[in-house]
Design a protein around this ligand. Structure first.
Ligand code: NAI
Length: 439
């Protein structure tokens, strides 16, 4: 039997391609070497946010004025709950793929040529192949015996002390969560500040919060060596030696292009990524690539989007990706969420002007909307609790070509954090109700 597409990888990119192909009436075969749901559902996005939620709940009560509480954490029980929750999610996804007529084979698929893939000693052929193999954590040469996101999210107890190498998305998210859970956390970042890709006037709120949580941040530092005996020793190039129970490496991720026969078809590359056009086609006819393996940003929601475009093209439609309103979220404290592009036309609305935030015992953060000279919304940046949930309003505004007046004149419920979005829209034309800007 010839499939319409064989999909290599069952993560967000792969399973979404399978679902959309099925919805389009096409026959898909999805091959997964480890677990359906991939890195995101099993070892990344979902479990990391679960641990962050637990940590936030504990810190929230602990810091609430007038409340005294003591909490004990049984991580073994929590892990059982976590895997139960994840298994529900991943088996739901697998059922969904199958409900649309898709087939799922567990095993390592290896490309034989642009129309066939071998798995578990059986060869399957298809009109198209979709590469959705994701990414793997970057490693530092010579430093091997450390934890990565996968093992730290699976611990059976809260480590007494934790050194995190790399102060990017994962380092900051996990460092903050484990500090709230009681670990003594040190983050080592080689650049001059943490979250180096993020504007410092946004990340400064996170910097400050990490410092009040007692997280030690060492910037501009290079790790020379990590040794493990009773616990870990981390030697920095300035001669300092730090000790901790666990060391986690979060120095970025790289596309997963090895070990599945990519060399047999030899598609054009873009650095370490497989190069694709806007229809997610590689340079090899009938071969598509989606998600992390196909370029930045390496985000699950970008993989979902790529998948829908690739599946529609395989189904005979003419669809192109347009990443102009791509949200980026860091689940730090407070959360940082951005979308679209920056302009120099904006006015900040401090979080401290939002009654709902104050009632939640939060006052550090900002709402900002970027417009052009005609007040058309081009992007936004929020530093606030649940900024992750608020940013989509700006993505929609960018996609729809709305102006800040459209958004400013939209009634937002009171009291909500979302009022900060409305106020930031009004601030672009000098009419914020609850804040008088000095700009
Ligand atoms: P990242 O690229 O965000 O950060 C890596 C950090 O490590 C950078 O700040 C870099 O300067 C630093 N670094 C690199 N080499 C170093 C060294 N030798 N010593 C000290 N510091 C060093 O990568 P991260 O945090 O590992 O996350 C990987 C990817 O996973 C992200 O790029 C993102 O796409 C995705 N992700 C997304 C999340 C989200 O959307 N909320 C959450 C977590 C991960």
């Amino acid at each position: 039997m010839e499939y319409d597409a064989i999909i290599l990888g069952g993560g967000p990119g792969g399973y979404s391609t399978a679902i959309r192909l099925g919805q389009n009436g096409k026959k898909a075969l999805m091959i997964e070497a480890d677990k359906v749901g991939g890195e995101c559902l099993n070892y990344g996005c979902i479990p990391s946010k679960a641990v962050i939620e637990m940590a936030d709940a504990i810190a929230y009560l602990k810091e609430m004025p007038g409340v005294s509480s003591s909490v004990t954490i049984d991580m073994k029980k929590w892990q059982e709950w976590k895997w139960g929750m994840i298994n529900k999610l991943t088996s739901g996804v697998e059922k969904l793929v199958k409900s649309y007529g898709g087939e799922v084979v567990m095993g390592r698929g290896v490309i034989e040529n642009s129309r066939s893939v071998k798995v578990n000693n059986e060869t399957f052929s298809a009109k198209n192949i979709v590469i959705a193999t994701g990414s793997i954590p970057s490693r530092i040469k010579g430093i091997d015996d450390v934890y990565y996101n996968k093992n730290i999210l699976d611990v059976d107890h809260i480590p007494k002390s934790l050194i995190i190498i790399g102060g990017g998305y994962i380092g900051v998210e996990l460092g903050t969560a484990f500090a709230k859970l009681g670990s003594e956390v040190t983050i080592i970042e080689m650049m001059p500040n943490i979250l180096p890709g993020t504007d410092t006037d946004l990340s400064r709120f996170v910097d400050r919060r990490m410092s009040t949580l007692g997280i030690k941040v060492i910037v501009g530092a290079k790790v020379d060596r990590v040794t493990k005996e009773a616990g870990y020793s981390v030697s920095l190039s300035d001669g300092n030696v730090l000790k901790a129970e666990l060391v986690v490496m979060t120095v970025g991720r790289q596309p997963n292009t090895q070990g599945f026969g990519l060399e047999k078809i030899n598609p054009e590359m873009d650095g370490k990524f497989i190069k694709t056009d806007k229809r997610k086609r590689t340079s090899v006819e009938g071969v598509y690539a989606v998600g992390d393996v196909s370029g930045q940003p390496m985000l699950a929601h970008k993989a979902f989007y790529d998948a829908e475009i690739a599946a529609d093209n395989i189904s005979g439609k003419n669809a192109e990706v347009d990443y102009r309103a791509m949200p980026f979220v860091i689940y730090s404290d407070p959360e940082i969420a951005t979308t679209g592009i920056k302009t120099d036309k904006f006015n900040n609305i401090p979080l401290a002007t939002n009654g709902r935030a104050l009632g939640m015992n939060y006052n550090q953060g900002v709402f900002r909307i970027y417009v052009d000279n005609e007040f058309v919304i081009k992007g936004g940046a929020f530093v606030a609790p649940r900024a992750s949930e608020l940013i989509s309003e700006i993505s929609l505004a960018v996609e729809a070509g709305l102006t800040s007046k459209d958004l400013g004149m939209t009634v937002h419920p009171h009291p909500t954090l979302s009022e900060g979005v409305k106020e930031a829209a009004e601030a672009t034309y000098g009419r914020s109700l609850h804040y008088k800007s000095s700009r």
